[in-house]
Design a protein around this ligand. Sequence first.
Ligand code: NAD
Length: 261
Amino acid sequence: MFLKGKTAIVTGSTSGIGLAYAKAFAAEGAHVVINGFGDAADIEKERAALADSSGAAALYDPADMTKPDQIAALVERAVAETGGADIIVNNAGIQHVARIEDFPPEKMEAIIAINLTSAWYMMRAAVPHMKKKGWGRIISTASAHSLVASPNKSAYVMAKHGIAGLTKTIALEVATDGITVNCISPGYVWTPLVEKQIPDTMASRGLTRDQVLNDVLLSAQPTREFVTPEQVAAFALFLCRDEAKSITGANLSMDGGWTAA
Ligand code: NAD
């Protein structure tokens, strides 16, 4: 329970990797604020389970990560209702797969807003609260696509390269304030986001489902295994420990060897 008394806000935590982060922080006693979209009854069930496992507060806030005013209000609500915004995890994300000439501009704009710009607004809102306490952890879920490209993912690759640059910049700005800023770059993690991109990848590359799974996704990773949401969450938990306080400005790969290859 090393996070007792701390508050962790995880954007995009109604499913996939985000929900695993929320569970990991709650299991260490943190107040957690979950965010994202989905079935209201399912979200309430997850929220209640998080409160049970932490013995602390668990809030759900539906802030839309394309709306700066809602992002700022989410952080202020966490501070008002739980006493802080000590750990923020910028995790909300969407994906779209299409060749540049077929890529709808509105999809590109949404990917940049949700996967990248929202992280800038989250940091802007949370850093003053972290500075007051002299402690903070900012973690963003980047991707192997923050380091390498894949065809037909132009907007996602732009956003994830951007997160890596934002991480380095803010790490320098807050380096003497007790705040660390890092991103984790997973390879393919089996979540709804990956599942949803399979039909578009089949269409844009003329491949079968098995070919997408084996020749596009798993073949990128020398380990030939998907990363799990729980592995990513465990890594984030480590970044919150005192032993990790010298890790800042880093883009930490967790990709089965993808970007080493
Ligand atoms: P997911 O689809 O399971 O979860 C995405 C979350 O973002 C959901 O909770 C969803 O409701 C939320 N969300 C979407 N639009 C939102 C908005 N406008 N405002 C607030 N929340 C919004 O996907 P995931 O795979 O768990 O992805 C989480 C993060 O991990 C993303 O940033 C993604 O790019 C990154 N990532 C995923 C993989 C992978 O292979 N799954 C690999 C590397 C990085």
